[in-house]
Write a protein that binds this ligand. Structure first.
Ligand SMILES: Cc1cc2nc3c(=O)[nH]c(=O)nc-3n(C[C@H](O)[C@H](O)[C@H](O)COP(=O)(O)OP(=O)(O)OC[C@H]3O[C@@H](n4cnc5c(N)ncnc54)[C@H](O)[C@@H]3O)c2cc1C
Length: 343
């Protein structure tokens, strides 16, 4: 483990001031010298592995009183950034009205990690790509831009097939972000230039610049997530396919939400992918469009699944993923369609 500076702050403003850098010296939060410490289950892990070049941890746990609450409102539900994974998974409003969020969190990591991990930390966790985590590999464009990608041509069974490029095929591992993306969640932040909100689906950046990862500026603190209410949120679910049923990252995951007319015709469908399949949390717009004004049947669900994986690029060991992903989407859609007592 590399030596690092530890600091602790009492307010969001102090956190931003502590982690900010002089203007235009570092382009993204991922590359910033100071990182926020929430539950610490990802950032401390990666500091130990020395795969992260940051040199300071700014402890934000004293912000839990101000940014650790769940607020159910008529227009949606707001999560403070420091809401715990377990807290959100067990919240009665979340379980009843936004089940895809509760299910995604319940299938994440272990109860011990859910006890300390936070929602913002979960959304911002970095890839589990073995070549990124193991600094003995020289080729990793995420760690060392321009060095190459050892996963392309190496063992890559768990590497992504959507959103990948010739510089990086690492998969996004988090379960919460796809659920939030499916529900059109917005991110609220406080940064060196003030506050802003933006759609969560724009938070993570693409594989052309593997070392960047998000649009957050150095020192920009996530303060919360806002999930809009809608007729689809109660009929929502999360399917996660993995090598073992517990304490394991996904190989293929799908978050879906449906608004069905009384005769079963789809008024609105939302489909997001992640966990293994995709480079970043991924919304399957074309697949959603194919379902509108159609009945939700095994055939339409299977066709939507295939559309969701259209354009997948495989690299040998992960050739099986497009088929698995398509079936995962179809399974999630059919499960959501069969949910009862959701209106
Ligand atoms: C063995 C193991 C298995 C796991 N399995 C799963 C799984 O199946 N599914 C899954 O989704 N996850 C899984 N995880 C990951 C785990 O859920 C995450 O490590 C955890 O959610 C991160 O939350 P944290 O609060 O500990 O984040 P931290 O480690 O404290 O922070 C993570 C990152 O987020 C940044 N950050 C944190 N809060 C903020 C904020 N408010 N504003 C801006 N930046 C912030 C930090 O600076 C850091 O860069 C697993 C982890 C382990 C170790």
């Amino acid at each position: 483990m590399r030596p690092f500076v530890y600091s602790r702050v009492a307010t969001a403003e102090q956190a931003v001031a502590r982690a900010a850098v002089p203007a235009d010296t570092v382009e993204s939060a991922t590359r910033a010298p100071a990182q926020f410490l929430a539950g610490g289950t990802n950032v401390v892990d990666y500091f130990k592995l020395a795969c992260w070049d940051a040199v300071e941890l700014v402890d934000i746990n004293d912000l839990r009183d101000e940014h650790g609450a769940i607020e159910a409102r008529p227009d949606g539900i707001r999560f403070g950034a420091l809401v715990g994974m377990r807290q959100a998974a067990e919240d009665p409003d979340v379980v009843r009205d936004y089940p895809v969020i509760a299910e995604a969190l319940r299938q994440s990591a272990s109860q011990q990690i859910r006890n300390v991990g936070t929602l913002a930390g979960n959304v911002l966790q970095r890839t589990r790509c073995g070549y990124f985590r193991d600094v003995d590999y020289d080729e990793c464009n995420k760690r060392a831009p321009g060095s190459g990608c050892a996963a392309i041509g190496g063992p890559n069974r768990g590497h992504a097939v959507l959103g990948v490029g010739d510089r990086c095929i690492a998969s996004y591992p988090g379960d919460l972000a796809p659920a939030l993306v499916a529900l059109d969640a917005r991110v609220e932040t406080l940064g060196p230039r003030g506050g802003r909100t933006f759609p969560l689906r724009t938070l993570h950046t693409g594989a052309e610049r593997p070392e960047v990862e998000t649009i957050l500026a150095p020192g920009e603190l996530i303060t919360g997530f806002l999930v809009p209410a809608g007729p689809h949120t109660r009929r929502s679910t999360y399917v996660k396919v993995r090598d073992r049923e517990s304490y394991e990252f996904g190989l293929a995951t799908a978050a879906v939400a449906l608004d069905l007319a009384p005769d079963g015709i789809v008024r609105d469908a939302r489909i997001a992918l992640g966990g293994g399949l995709t480079y970043r949390p991924w919304r399957a717009d074309a697949a959603e469009g194919s379902l509108r004004d159609q009945p939700l049947t095994e055939e339409t669900a299977a066709a939507a699944g295939r559309l969701a994986l259209e354009g997948a690029v495989t690299h040998g060991d992960n050739d099986y993923l497009p088929e698995l992903g398509a079936r995962t989407v179809a399974r999630a859609l059919l499960r959501a369609a069969r949910m009862v007592d959701v209106t």
